[in-house]
Write a protein that binds this ligand. Structure first.
Ligand code: F3S
Length: 419
């Protein structure tokens, strides 16, 4: 790979040991994928905010980078952590996880990484422009950046995203190149998608069929919004590993079907109709007859707009005793919610408005299932439904609309929706 003089100096250690290691990682990745050069980046989202995913060894590596001069060179945010510092004891997070998480937090802060601890970095200012080369980890954020914003990122993990943050560089390959951004399968959407639940369900269907290909959505005429698309992207990357998407006539690289497909025929066409939708709902709603122990909203982390709706649905009601209800947000969104009285409404109803974390980022099985006796969950997120079942050894999960889930939190039982 051809490096500039400055990049060569980084590789030779002239910017310190952490920058040298970061550049070595990026150069190796670039060689593996046949990149010809590095590009400068202004926006990076780093993967591992939680010690659950870094492990102790990974946390020590990140500490080493911080102690050896690593400094963010661009607008760099980080994914959720294992703890909400206000509620970790209530959630029975073991002291050991807390201590390691604080060490990890300190390392990120020392490096000037913006400790947003959120999987929706685009809600806290990490917003690239159309066509901008960037680097993002977090499976739900990657297709948002590529498809919704029209920026360009590959699917990145922790060492690569941290290395990009510390060098301000990314190797140019894959989705950073024009020729790799076209769609190659078509999803023919025959059923109206209006609510967040509709989009979360559609996303799960897409991931199952696209796997890692790029879907082009046809027939979508309403309901496209940032909140709906983030629910779809989270679903797509639970059942699949979809890096990018197009919606014909709507997303920036898809003015027409032909443009989205690069003038080629699609490899496959999949019809998403009401039968396909019901099949996904049945698959994700695997519980029947169990009492509800836990309710989760805000996967991916909520926007203020979503939180306003949740607060309206909860106002004047109370979560049933024995049900743990979590609404997940970033610190930044929670700060606005605090000011607008939304946090008070949620908490007066007996729910927790958690910031910086989510149940897949803290040891769900260990803390919740064992210490708190959580045996079943209700959620409106296809991603959370998927991981709750998988992470906890097929926990019974109820999956439905936000309204259904809130009703379930209040009553403690699940009322099936209309077929
Ligand atoms: Fe975010 Fe956790 Fe869901 S990281 S996308 S809230 S599984």
């Amino acid at each position: 790979m051809k490096l500039t003089l400055e990049e060569t100096a980084m590789l030779n250690g002239e910017f310190g040991p952490a920058t040298q290691k970061a550049m070595r990682i990026l150069a190796s990745i670039g060689d593996i994928y046949g990149a010809e050069r590095m590009a400068k980046v202004e926006h990076v989202h780093v993967a591992s905010g939680t010690v659950i995913s870094t492990g102790k060894g990974g946390a020590q590596f990140i500490e080493w980078m911080a102690e050896n001069g690593g400094q963010a060179q661009c607008y760099a945010t980080v994914n959720p952590s294992a703890i909400d510092t206000n509620h970790w004891k209530r959630l029975r997070i073991p002291q050991d996880y807390y201590d390691w998480q604080i060490r990890l937090n300190n390392a990120y802060e020392k490096m000037g990484i913006i400790t947003a601890y959120s999987c929706t970095p685009y809600l806290v200012g990490n917003v690239p422009h159309f066509g901008e080369l960037m680097c993002s980890a977090e499976s739900s954020a990657i297709p948002m950046y590529n498809g919704y914003f029209g920026a360009r990122t590959n699917r990145q993990g922790n060492p690569s995203s941290l290395s990009s943050a510390l060098t301000g560089r990314v190797p140019v390959y894959g989705l950073l190149l024009d020729e790799n951004r076209f769609g190659n399968i078509v999803i023919d959407v025959k059923v109206p998608c209006r609510s967040e639940h509709d989009w979360a369900t559609l996303g799960y269907f897409i991931g199952k069929h696209a796997v890692s290909k790029i879907p082009v959505l046809l027939g979508v005429e309403e309901g496209v919004s940032l909140d709906n698309c983030k629910m779809m992207c989270a679903g797509m990357n639970s059942s699949g590993a979809v890096p990018h998407f197009h919606i014909v006539g709507i997303t920036p690289e898809a003015p027409t079907l032909s443009a989205a497909l690069g003038g080629k025929k699609p490899l496959e066409v999949h019809v998403y109709d009401s039968a396909a939708k019901r099949e996904v709902e049945r698959h994700l709603c695997n519980a029947a007859g169990e009492a509800i122990d836990m309710v989760v909203l805000g996967c991916p982390h909520v926007s203020v707009h979503q939180l306003q709706r949740i607060a309206r649905l909860l106002e004047g009601r109370h979560v049933k005793e024995g049900v743990l209800m979590e609404v997940l947000a970033s610190d930044a969104i929670k700060a606005v919610a605090d000011r607008q009285g939304l946090t008070k409404i949620v908490e007066d109803a007996g729910a927790l408005l958690l910031s910086r974390t989510c149940p897949t980022c803290y040891p769900l099985g260990e803390c919740m299932a064992v210490s708190l006796g959580i045996r079943s969950m209700a959620t409106d997120s296809s991603k959370m439904a998927h991981y709750a079942a998988a992470d906890s050894g097929r926990m019974p999960v109820y999956y439905g609309t936000t309204e259904q889930v809130i009703d379930a939190a209040v009553s403690g039982v699940w009322a099936a929706g209309e077929e």
